[in-house]
Design a protein. Structure first.
Length: 219
């Protein structure tokens, strides 16, 4: 995982922890919330892995039951070991496997972010996440006004907070930090939306960011 990608996800978790006006947070507050965010990521990873393990056990039991109840084995002596039998259609299994892969990938990502943040050699992850938060702190009014302006037909106060936070992170990077390529910032904002928010969020976020990019002449 790239450090900047980890930092963006960490910044998203950081933003989700804000429970008061953004300008009221000091650098020390942000450091404390980063630590809390890493603990949340680690805890979520453990939960995801438990879910994945449970799904694997369910699948193993399903296969064992299918084998034991197959007509070939029903007609064998009780003391005889079961004979392996062909599985049903692959479509019966692939959906479950895909779910487990997705869960395992989320858990791995969360653990990688936690590792990136806690390793001294990777302190740039924490620093960049805080840079994003501080850029939003300094420019929060302009950024939120921009989101309101470009959210045509949407009530800003009723927007999903996760969508607003993803936009706040991306706009902070695009307009005030200006270190990452525009395409990378947009692509990773969309990935955050797909992972954490609603089905329609990626389309909404892409539309708002496209207007920000065009109107500000971002290359």
């Amino acid at each position: 995982m790239q450090a900047r990608r980890a930092a963006r996800e960490l910044a998203f978790i950081l933003f989700s922890q804000f429970d008061k006006k953004i300008t009221n947070y000091s650098k020390e507050n942000l450091d404390d919330i980063i630590l809390k965010s890493v603990r949340i990521l680690s805890s979520n990873a453990k939960d995801e892995l438990k879910i994945s393990l449970g799904s694997l056990l369910d699948m193993r039991n399903k296969i064992d039951d299918y084998e034991a109840e197959h007509e070939i084995n029903l007609n064998r002596p009780l003391e005889a070991a079961n004979i392996a039998v062909p599985l049903p259609l692959t479509s019966d299994m692939t959906g479950r496997i895909d779910e487990m892969i997705e869960v395992a990938e989320k858990a791995l990502l969360a653990l990688e972010i936690a590792e990136f943040t806690t390793l001294e050699s990777q302190s740039d992850v924490q620093n960049y996440a805080i840079t994003i938060a501080e850029a939003y702190q300094k420019n929060h009014k302009e950024i939120d006004d921009m989101i309101k302006q470009y959210s045509t037909g949407w009530d800003f106060d009723r927007l999903v907070k996760m969508d607003k936070d993803i936009l706040r992170i991306a706009i902070s990077e695009l307009l005030y930090i200006k270190e990452a390529p525009m395409k990378v910032v947009v692509d990773e904002a969309l990935e955050l939306a797909k992972k954490y928010s609603t089905d329609d969020s990626a389309t909404f976020i892409n539309g708002v960011l496209a207007k920000v990019i065009v109107d500000n002449g971002i290359q």
